[in-house]
Structure formats: structure tokens, C-alpha cells
Design a protein around this ligand. Structure first.
Ligand SMILES: C[C@@]1(CC(=O)O)C2=NC(=C\c3[nH]c(c(CCC(=O)O)c3CC(=O)O)Cc3[nH]c(c(CC(=O)O)c3CCC(=O)O)/C=C3\N/C(=C\2)[C@@H](CCC(=O)O)[C@]3(C)CC(=O)O)/[C@H]1CCC(=O)O
Ligand SMILES: NC(=O)c1ccc[n+]([C@@H]2O[C@H](COP(=O)([O-])OP(=O)(O)OC[C@H]3O[C@@H](n4cnc5c(N)ncnc54)[C@H](O)[C@@H]3O)[C@@H](O)[C@H]2O)c1
Length: 418
């Protein structure tokens, strides 16, 4: 099924969103970002990240070998050099390329300038404070304003290099606002008021860049917005369209997860001696799970199913479990503290979990990971140590392989401490 790797140039919020979606759906995705800051924004998602500003040759070298099926350029709307390099390298290596472009948001009553130089020209003939939200790279041009030290307040990301750049340009501490977004309209308005700014300087950064909040904040504080237009009117696809194309290439099922961030489940190691567990279903999965459960000392393990495996029948015969030989009924959940649904009917499993959850009982649905209060882990039991492993929920076989390695480690530990 896997048609190769996806490479995402991902230094924007859309890039992060796509990377998260791709990883959640089991796509072999890698991200490329220019800075350590970009990297830090993606790290918690897992997945391989390339860091550094790459020129055309370096990108082409990365794409050599034919392992990439698609490249998506979700770099910043103003990163025109990066975009040219990525597109050229993809053309050389014949790797399909998609450009994601944020839709521009037209602003009413804004002053549009073709570039920073034009903005400086406009601002030269004005007076009053200027809140500059275009980052630290282009600040130097603003220093052409005769009284920039008094007028300009630079809002920059809290990175040391940005701070030293501002310092080197002569900005005093009181004129440097080291802050990380997102910024609400209220916060923008408060900053404009606090520093008596009459102008807010911004790029046309689109919805994900907080453009609307800038416009609204400026309106609230009675400030004029000055917009530096995009270098060119770029052609490209929206986030939704890019995702549709990725889903088609990787043949993702329709219900594929699109939630942005993967949330880890907390491995709760619980006392079992005072708890009753109910397993609904008695086939392969239920049998494997009962075997795992019986490594622990439960108050009671009950299985409800019309048919069960030979192994479960034997366990019932030995009195290790209690088998109710019939279909599940709602009252079954009442005397349980934990419920596992593992029948071969997804409707029955959903019903079982709903019955349990209605009573505040922790439940697991073996046919639907989205309906689990907890995941059932692969276990590695040493003599004195207990390890339990789950993944993101999408690759159960990988979990099984890694768990086998952990069992080896624990066996080794136990032998060493003999
Ligand atoms: C660890 C292990 C423990 C155990 O089960 O004992 C386990 N699954 C194992 C094996 C396995 N699972 C599946 C196959 C069939 C082939 C295949 O898909 O490869 C095989 C292989 C086999 O059976 O040999 C299919 C499957 N599994 C889930 C769904 C539903 C879904 O994803 O929504 C479906 C599709 C069902 C369908 O098609 O209807 C869901 C879950 N399975 C989990 C645990 C939870 C967290 C796992 C994670 O983080 O990845 C999670 C998320 C929730 C939960 O059930 O608690 C055990 C491996 C370790 C070991 O063997 O030691
Ligand atoms: N999470 C996992 O690890 C995992 C792995 C493989 C499969 N699955 C899922 O688990 C399901 C079960 O797989 P299996 O291989 O154990 O199936 P199976 O066919 O071996 O067993 C199904 C069991 O459910 C019982 N059952 C059916 N209807 C019932 C009802 N109304 N009340 C009580 N019991 C009922 C049957 O008597 C049988 O014991 C699969 O359909 C699949 O969706 C999950």
C-alpha cells in the first residue's frame, strides 16, 4: 500500500497541521524546516524532521534515490526563495510537487504597500508609534525612518538571534516585544494602546498568520494597518485541497483521522485485586486479552459470549474465569469496574462500551480505537518490572514487534540479577 514517502516543507501552521495528519494516518512523512524554532514546533508530533535552510542542490540531493512520492511546499507565503528552490529541485528529480497557498484576507481600510521600502516611504510622512509585526529580518529597513528608535516597537519571536539583531539595530529594551503568538485581537489592541502606536505594520499573512486579529485589534485601538503585500500573487492549493490529494495518493480510508495533534494516553498502572473486569466476546482477540489479564490478580474476570475458544472454556472449567454462555445484555456491565468489548460485531462492541460509559465505567472497544477510554497494551513482564506498550493506535504490528524486544531486555535484566 505505501507508495513512498511524503516530504513536507512545513514551517507554517498549515505545514504542522499536514504533518500531524499524515503521521496520524500512518503515512511515512518527513518534515523540513528552516530553523530550530520550526523544529521545536513539530517535535512533539514525532516523525523525522530535517532542519536547515536548503538550497536547490541540497533539496535535489535529498530527493535523489526515488523514495519520495510527493513534496508539499507549505512554507510561508513570503518565502519566495525557498519556494523557487523546492519547485526547481522537484522538477529536476521529477518528484510531484504541490504548493500550499494560504488564501489572502482582504482588509478594509488598510494601506497596501508593495514591499517594505514602500511601507517605509509611507511611514516617513507620518508620526506616532509603529507596532511592527513582520519579524526581525526586515527591521533593518525600518531603521531608515529618522526617529525609528522612538517610533518603532518590534514584536519578535523570543529567540536569542532575533533579540541580538534588534539590539544591534539600536532598539532599546522597552521597544522590543519578545512574544510568541497566537495573538488575540484584544492583545493586539492592548499592545497598540500601551505603546501609543498609531500604526500596525504587518504582512498579508492570511487567517493562520493571525491577520484578522491584527485588523480587529487595530480597529479597537484606533490604529491604521499598513500591509506589505505578497511578493507575487501566488498560484497554489488550499490546505483542504492538498490534503485531498495526499489522501488520494495514499488511498486513505474516508474516516482517516484528521485531528491535528496526537494525544498520548497515560499508562495508568492500577491495583487489580479489588476490581472486576468484564470481557464481552470469546474469540481470538478476547482470548489473547484474557491471557494478558490473568497475569494479574483480579477480583474477578468474567467473559460473556455464546461461543468461546477452547482455551477460554478450559479456563472457565478451572474456575480461573467466569463464563456467561450467552449474548451480552446491558445489566452485564453493572458489576464491573473495567469493560472490554471484543465481539466480531462492531455494533455490539459500540453498544457494550456505551452501556459501560453511561455508568462511568472505563471501557475499551477492540474494533474502534476512537471509542476507547484506554488502550489495551502489549505487555512485557519481568520478574520485578512491568512494561506496557501502545503506539498511536494505527500500527499494531509495530507495537507487537517492539514489545517482543522489550521482553528480551527484561529477560536479560532478570538473568543478570540472578
Ligand atoms: C498491543 C495489542 C494488545 C492486544 O490486543 O492484546 C493491540 N493490538 C494487538 C494486535 C492486533 N490488533 C489488530 C490486529 C489485526 C491485524 C492488524 O491490523 O495488523 C492485530 C494483530 C493480531 O491480532 O495478531 C487490529 C486492531 N487493533 C485495534 C483495532 C481497532 C482500531 O484500530 O480502531 C484493530 C482493527 C480491527 C478491525 O479491523 O476491525 C486497536 C487496538 N489494538 C490495540 C492493542 C490497542 C493499542 C495498540 C496500538 O497502540 O497500536 C488499540 C488501539 C485499542 C485496543 O484495542 O485496546 C496487540 C499486539 C501486541 C501483541 O500481540 O503482543
Ligand atoms: N484490538 C485488537 O487487537 C484486534 C485485533 C484483531 C481484531 N480486532 C477486532 O476484534 C473483533 C473480534 O475479533 P476476533 O478475532 O476475536 O473474532 P472472533 O470471530 O474470533 O470472535 C468473536 C466472538 O464474539 C462473540 N460474540 C458475537 N456476538 C456477541 C454478542 N452479542 N455478545 C457476546 N459475544 C458475542 C462470539 O461468540 C465470538 O466469541 C474483530 O471483529 C476486529 O474488529 C481487534
Amino acid at each position: 500500500m505505501a507508495p513512498g514517502k511524503l516530504l513536507l516543507f512545513a514551517g507554517t501552521s498549515e505545514g504542522r497541521e499536514l504533518f500531524a495528519r499524515a503521521l496520524n494516518c500512518g503515512i511515512d512523512a518527513e518534515a523540513a524546516v528552516a530553523t530550530d524554532y520550526g523544529r521545536s514546533q513539530l517535535q512533539e508530533l514525532g516523525g523525522k524532521i530535517h532542519t536547515g535552510r536548503l538550497d536547490e542542490g541540497q533539496i535535489a540531493a535529498m530527493l535523489a534515490g526515488g523514495t519520495y512520492r510527493l513534496v508539499v511546499d507549505a512554507t510561508h507565503p513570503y518565502a519566495d526563495r525557498a519556494t523557487a528552490n523546492i519547485a526547481a529541485a522537484c522538477a529536476v528529480r521529477r518528484v510531484p510537487y504541490l504548493r500550499l497557498v494560504r488564501p489572502e484576507q482582504p482588509g478594509e481600510e488598510v494601506i497596501n504597500c508593495t514591499d517594505m521600502a514602500a511601507a517605509v516611504d509611507y511611514l516617513r510622512d507620518t508620526d506616532g508609534g509603529i507596532l511592527c509585526t513582520v519579524g526581525s529580518k526586515q527591521l533593518e529597513q525600518l531603521c531608515q525612518l529618522p526617529d525609528y528608535r522612538k517610533r518603532v516597537y518590534a514584536r519578535i519571536l523570543p529567540l536569542e538571534e532575533n533579540l541580538s539583531a534588534c539590539r544591534a539595530l539600536g532598539f532599546a529594551g522597552a521597544h522590543i516585544l519578545c512574544m510568541q503568538g497566537p495573538f488575540s485581537a484584544e492583545l493586539n489592541a492592548a499592545l497598540l494602546r500601551q505603546y501609543s502606536c498609531r500604526y500596525l505594520l504587518t504582512k498579508s499573512s492570511g487567517a493562520a498568520g493571525g491577520f484578522a486579529q491584527k485588523l480587529q485589534g487595530a480597529k479597537m485601538a484606533g490604529a491604521q494597518v499598513v500591509v506589505i503585500d505578497r511578493p507575487t500573487s501566488e498560484q497554489g492549493l488550499s490546505l483542504a485541497e492538498v490534503w485531498r490529494r495526499i489522501a488520494a495518493i495514499w488511498q486513505l480510508p474516508e474516516e482517516c483521522e484528521v485531528s491535528a495533534v496526537w494525544r498520548r494516553y497515560f499508562p495508568l498502572f492500577v491495583q487489580t485485586a479489588n476490581k472486576r473486569v468484564l470481557v464481552v466476546g470469546g474469540g481470538q482477540v478476547a482470548t489473547r486479552r484474557v491471557q494478558s489479564l490473568l497475569h494479574f490478580d483480579w477480583q474477578q474476570v468474567t467473559v460473556v459470549a455464546p461461543q468461546v475458544s477452547k482455551h477460554l472454556r478450559d479456563l472457565a472449567g478451572q474456575g480461573a474465569i467466569c463464563w456467561r454462555k450467552r449474548c451480552f445484555a446491558e445489566p452485564d456491565v453493572r458489576q464491573s469496574d473495567v469493560v472490554l468489548a471484543a465481539t466480531d460485531s462492531s455494533e455490539v462492541n459500540r453498544w457494550v462500551v456505551n452501556c459501560a460509559q453511561d455508568r462511568g465505567i472505563f471501557a475499551n472497544n477492540a474494533s474502534d480505537r476512537h471509542q476507547c477510554d484506554f488502550y489495551f497494551p502489549a505487555l512485557a513482564l519481568g520478574e520485578t518490572q512491568t512494561a506496557a506498550l501502545v503506539g498511536r493506535g494505527g500500527d499494531h504490528r509495530q507495537v507487537a514487534r517492539t514489545a517482543a524486544k522489550i521482553r528480551e531486555v527484561l529477560r536479560h535484566e532478570d538473568n543478570g540479577s540472578e
